[in-house]
Design a protein around this ligand. Structure first.
Ligand code: FES
Ligand SMILES: [Fe+2]
Length: 394
């Protein structure tokens, strides 16, 4: 694929469909809405509470019934339109704060207490299939019936500790997807990994999206995957800045065209205590890494002044990625001019996959049915167990 050219102010990279804009009715927004998407960490919403969420430029209401079941419904009440998240959860239902109209979990209005001639049966707000899984709340925001829910059995069934991470970044979600298939930056921006610059980047399409292997010094590195359309998985043995075998998956979900959520799950092949120590160093649910990265972007400090003692492995990685990705600017309005080379083969490959699928969607042609194997990381777990038994001599 040829290097791309841009026109200042264009909303997409020339030569590609617009991946960047995902609001209702946009092509990329229609595509992303065809898949179950995580929209919040489960721990962020208590039973009996409602809160507003924004996903792909759509405002919505997330609430948990008093029995704990999560639901996603429209943002506004159908009566006069106030914000439903300010209302009361009653059982599995949501009552509007303004005049008390009450909705069940399917969005059907079931009470209009101040209305002398109730017409509930004619009032229904949108409600979206919602499910809690692996510590995250997933919603299907597309048209028609939801597709089969994709299970991740290697995270669900592992004996090892798993944890959820969540953070919001002020940049377009697609920057994160580009970054996921860019192993060259790992050697440069993430200096603390001590990884060599790849001699070769091998990338190929597979059943879930693409597999990428960065080869350096004739040594194969652990593969990583893009799980189409917007998840990334990686894992393997300990490396610099990382002290344990792990495997992890991150979803990059647009909040709007200028912000996105990074939702992740990670399994660490270690004891509970060791894993908790690692996660306590991550710091990515506090604002600290974002604030540090912002101070670098504003010129108050340089990336070289970042201290690995103060920001251990995962926290340092987040700061570095924030600097480079937020540093790309608001690309939905003005993509930076790019001059892609061979080091960008992963980026070009993934954009090509996305282009193919978006073009098929635009033309009404069949889309590829992506299927992640239910157990993607069984070899990593097996290798970690073998390494642990060698260490202990058992
Ligand atoms: S605006 Fe919700 S009941 Fe009136
Ligand atoms: Fe990175």
């Amino acid at each position: 694929m040829a290097a791309t050219q841009q026109t200042a102010g264009s909303s997409a990279r020339v030569g590609y469909p617009d991946f960047l804009r995902t609001g209702p009715g946009t092509l990329a927004g229609r595509y992303l809405r065809m898949f179950w998407q995580p929209v919040a960490p489960a721990r962020n919403i208590e039973a009996g509470r409602a809160r507003p969420i924004r996903v792909m430029s759509d405002d919505l209401t997330l609430y948990r019934g008093e029995d704990g079941a999560p639901h996603v419904v429209a943002f506004r009440c159908a009566h006069r339109g106030t914000q439903l998240s300010t209302g009361w959860v009653e059982g599995d239902h949501l009552r509007c704060f303004y005049h008390g109209w009450k909705y069940d979990a399917s969005g059907q209005c079931i009470e209009q207490p101040a209305e002398p001639e109730p017409f509930c049966n004619r009032i229904k707000i949108r409600a979206y299939p919602t499910r809690e899984y692996l510590g995250l709340i997933f919603t299907y925001l597309g048209e028609g019936d939801a597709p089969e829910f994709p299970l991740l059995l290697d995270f669900e069934e592992t004996d090892y500790p798993c944890d959820v991470s969540y953070v919001e970044w002020p940049c377009n979600y697609f920057t994160q997807l580009d970054n996921a298939v860019d192993p060259s930056h790992t050697a440069i921006a993430h200096w603390h990994f001590n990884r060599p610059i790849p001699d070769q980047i091998l990338v190929e399409e597979n059943e879930c999206g693409l597999e990428l292997i960065a080869v350096a010094d004739q040594m194969n590195k652990a593969p990583s995957y893009v799980d189409m359309p917007n998840a990334h998985e990686w894992g393997g043995p300990p490396r610099g800045g990382k002290t344990m075998w792990n495997y992890a998956r991150g979803w990059r979900v647009p909040i709007d065209d200028y912000h996105h959520m990074r939702l992740g799950i990670e399994a660490v092949v270690a004891s509970k205590e060791e894993a908790e120590q690692r996660w306590s160093e991550r710091g990515d649910e506090t604002q600290t890494p974002n604030e540090v990265a912002e101070s670098v972007l504003k010129g108050f400090m340089s990336p070289g002044e970042l201290d690995l003692e103060m920001y251990p492995g995962p926290s340092m990685t987040n700061i570095q990625d924030y600097i480079v990705l937020v540093g790309l600017g608001p690309i939905a309005d003005q993509p930076p001019v790019e001059h892609l080379g061979k080091e960008d083969v992963g980026v070009m490959f993934m954009r090509k996959l996305w282009s193919r699928e978006l073009q098929a969607l635009a033309d009404g042609r069949p889309l590829k049915q992506w299927r992640r194997p239910a157990r993607l990381w069984k070899d990593v777990e097996a290798a970690a167990r073998a390494a642990a038994s060698q260490d202990t001599g058992s």
